[in-house]
Design a protein around this ligand. Structure first.
Ligand code: ASP
Length: 436
């Protein structure tokens, strides 16, 4: 039994609906489908969710959103007619238009993208439509109530056998519709997989798996075949955008593998994300994937014969006061360097420097900005002597100066800080030398 989730580009138009049906019908096990709102048909196009939020903004400012509503309705009508379905979009939209006012909730309006897309898909597949309002519940803390949601999804599945659930929203504890954060259909899919103890959670999108590096930097990077949940977390944290972060826990906890697949290339196995990988050939690349983020700032505080512990505590307290999350710390004999994202520091940087002067009385404070972090992530690096040496040598040979170094305690990742101008070279060197 498999739970399948299809993202916006997989349901953007009638042709994509056909691909989805072929995929679902080609495997008896694909019995629960979670559906996003129709996404972009081309680069210039708009996602329905964006348009719905835009409608809401118009309503707030008292500007007519009739044209946008027309174009949204038109998208659904086109899909319905092309697939000869019977859903009465026109009356549904007449009802929806009747509710449009300043008081309509943004959540309710935004959720209609998934609602209608999933209704159409359910009819097309011949699966039972189960509204997320009836099976995805939030507690008063705004978090998904897993027990209640899982029980409701399981009940609907047991009753109907084959169901379609719209992603991205559910029912709040107040009884109203509530949407998740953007990309939230991934979470709905994970909850459904957890609810029924699926054999696998297939997340269908428009790439053949997670790529080993950013394709804007490395030309045609290979997709990752297999990756552990821990590696994925490191990559995602360092900027690889793949899945909604909160979609991992429900399946990881229950040992359900997550398979990223491409609706436009259904025979490609994609990326399999699993809890642990026991046996694997040794000779393949050391690195599973590379990710990175630009624009960090390093603040270096120097003081001769400083009491390192006390000074570190004070500097961290100051950073906390200014809501600047510290990403790395380097300790030297007479120096402490903290690294934070430049945008998170923002104007707070001046306050931080002032407070460091006042509270720490340093000999010197220096600020370096335009730093990038590049992370090489790989389970095969663990307990393997010489790994970091090899990476640094390769970077050095290409003239990349390493400004900071950090190796996670579990040896799953090695992160280097380099000048922004060296960012792309560093990613390419690591990919060419160690990933493939
Ligand atoms: N449609 C929503 C969004 O665009 C949710 C999703 O697609 O996962 O964010």
């Amino acid at each position: 039994m498999k739970v399948v989730k299809f993202g916006g580009s997989s349901v953007a138009e009638a042709e994509q609906f056909k691909k989805v049906r072929n995929i679902i019908k080609s495997d008896e096990g694909r019995r629960i489908a979670v559906i996003s709102a129709a996404g972009k048909r081309s680069k210039e196009d708009h996602k329905l969710t964006d348009l719905l939020f835009l409608c809401h903004a118009h309503l707030m400012y008292g500007v007519s959103c009739d044209d946008i509503m027309d174009s949204i309705e038109q998208r659904f009508v086109e899909i319905r007619d092309a697939l000869s379905l019977s859903l009465d979009i026109e009356s549904e939209f007449a009802k929806l238009r009747g509710k449009l006012s300043k008081d309509i909730s943004a959540d309710y309006l935004a959720s209609r993208g998934e609602y209608f897309t999933a209704m159409l898909m359910a009819e097309y597949l011949g699966y039972k439509f189960v509204d997320a309002e009836e099976c995805v519940f939030f507690g008063f803390d705004g978090q998904v109530d897993m027990d209640k949601s899982c029980a409701a999804i399981k009940e609907a599945y047991d009753k109907y056998g084959r169901i379609v659930i719209p992603g991205f929203y559910g029912r709040a504890a107040t009884g109203k519709v509530k949407v998740m954060s953007r990309g939230g259909s991934d979470i709905t899919g994970a909850i459904a997989a957890a609810a029924v103890g699926a054999e696998v959670y297939e997340n269908w999108t428009d790439v053949s798996g997670i790529l080993m590096a950013d394709p804007r930097i490395v030309k045609s990077p290979k997709p990752i075949e297999k990756i552990t949940y821990s590696e994925l977390r490191e990559l995602a944290f360092m900027g690889a955008s793949v899945l909604h972060e909160e979609s991992v826990q429900p399946v990881k906890e229950r040992g359900i593998p997550l398979n990223i697949r491409n609706t436009n290339e259904p025979d490609h196995p994609g990326t399999m994300i699993v809890d642990a990988i026991e046996k694997e050939p040794d000779q393949e690349g050391l690195i599973t994937g590379i990710a990175g983020r630009r624009n960090f700032t390093i603040i270096t505080v120097s003081k001769h014969e400083m009491n390192t512990n006390a000074m570190l505590r004070r500097v961290l307290e100051i950073m906390e006061r200014y809501h600047a999350p510290v990403e790395h710390i380097n300790l030297g004999l007479d120096t402490i360097a903290v690294l934070a994202s430049s945008s998170a520091l923002g104007e707070g940087l001046y306050g931080i420097l002032g407070d460091i002067q006042k509270i720490c009385h340093p000999d010197d404070v220096r600020v370096q900005d335009s730093i990038s972090l590049v992370a090489a992530v790989g389970r095969k690096m663990t307990f393997r002597p010489g790994t970091s040496g090899q990476l640094f040598k390769a970077l050095g040979e290409k003239g990349v100066n390493i400004r900071t170094i950090a190796q996670g305690a579990d040896e799953l990742s090695i992160i280097v800080g380099v000048d922004n101008s060296d960012f792309e070279t560093a990613v390419k060197v690591l990919y060419d030398g160690f990933a493939v």
